[in-house]
Design a protein around this ligand. Structure first.
Ligand code: 8YV
Length: 331
């Protein structure tokens, strides 16, 4: 029997892909830190039964058209805004993501970003290393308190709820806005549902964790930043394009808000000369929300398990397009 063909768009550890290799012929793009070229992706798609992809690859009509025998795309992320999911469903291609395994790791990083921005930790680390610390002074690098303040979480999914849990440990007052009410967060953490504008007006820390969709693109625009308190700190750990970055820059420079902690950007990698990176009150990270060794390995394993399940005619653990199950004629 001819083995199914799997293409992986980045170099992953051999021991993680070993189970996949037992069942399928596997080709990996040979670099860990260089994205696969579009040409190679399209060429590989023509042969592939399965693709294991990163957020940096656009899995659109062109790829799916090339992938005549494509049955499953497993994305190494909980988000899947890089994939045309409805087209995949039409074409009978299963789309899988990596929820749950990254929830706590991403929540840890989100909260760390909030703490770092509030307490000016990156500025302080640069200050001491550059030898500027000459004497003690009462307001030296004084930031703002986190405990007992109000956090407003936009996007109360699993990661939002895990951030709320951390906020509760800091005795914070928790507000949230979401498409639907999260009764568990309300009952267990005392989170209070409010409208988007109420949340912006009342929060000391606004944390964006909503997925990127047509509806959320540039949700944080000029008027959103103008509604925030002048002392507010904005944190984004979801997708850069949920924010109008020009409006954010303007709000920071005009001191309409006090600071920002950003793990994600509209264009990644961000140009190092981007104006946002020049601001002292911006803590910027290179999209490392889920980047702990343990979690990244778990995400990779889950991708492999999902691919194997689809190729064997089983139901993958974490399927995005549930409609695919009704229509799995391609397998
Ligand atoms: C990605 C992320 O895993 O899961 C997501 O949606 O944004 C990250 O955790 C990372 O960017 C690798 O694709």
């Amino acid at each position: 029997m001819v083995k199914p063909y799997v293409f992986i768009t980045r170099k992953l550890p051999d021991e993680i892909i070993a189970p996949l290799k037992e069942y399928a012929e596997v080709t990996m793009w040979p670099y860990e830190d260089v994205a696969v070229s579009r040409e190679v992706l399209l060429e590989e798609a023509t042969k592939a039964d399965a693709l294991l992809t990163m957020l940096s690859e656009q899995i659109d009509g062109e790829v799916m058209e090339a992938g005549k025998s494509l049955k499953v795309v497993a994305n190494l992320a909980v988000g899947f805004d890089n994939i045309d999911v409805s087209l995949a469903t039409e074409k009978g291609i299963a789309i899988c993501n990596t929820p749950d395994v990254l929830t706590d790791t991403t929540a840890d990083l989100t909260f760390a970003l909030l703490l770092a921005a509030a307490r000016r930790m990156v500025e302080a680390a640069e200050f001491i290393k550059s030898g500027e610390w000459k004497s003690w002074s009462p307001f030296l690098l004084a930031g703002t308190d986190v405990h007992h303040k109000t956090i407003g979480i936009v996007g109360m999914g699993k990661i939002g709820q895990a951030v709320a849990k951390r906020a509760a440990g800091f005795d914070m007052n928790i507000l949230y806005h979401n498409r639907s009410r999260n009764e568990q967060a309300e009952a267990q953490l005392g989170a209070v549902y409010c409208s988007f504008s109420e949340l912006l007006q009342q929060s000391d820390f606004i944390v964006c964790l909503t997925p990127l969709t047509k509806e959320t693109r540039h949700l944080f625009n000029r008027s959103a930043f103008q509604m925030m308190k002048r002392s507010a700190i904005f944190i984004n750990a979801s997708r850069g394009a949920v924010v109008d970055e020009d409006a954010l820059y303007e709000a920071l420079v005009q001191q309409e808000i006090a600071g920002a902690g950003l793990d994600v950007f509209t264009k990644e990698p961000i140009d190092p000369s981007h104006p946002l990176l020049s601001l002292k009150n911006v803590v910027a990270l290179p999209h490392i929300g889920s980047a702990s060794v343990e979690t990244r390995c778990n995400m990779m394993e889950l991708c492999c398990q999902n691919i194997l399940a689809v190729l064997k005619g089983e139901t993958p653990k974490t399927l995005v397009n549930k409609e695919w199950l009704l229509n799995r004629h391609n397998v």
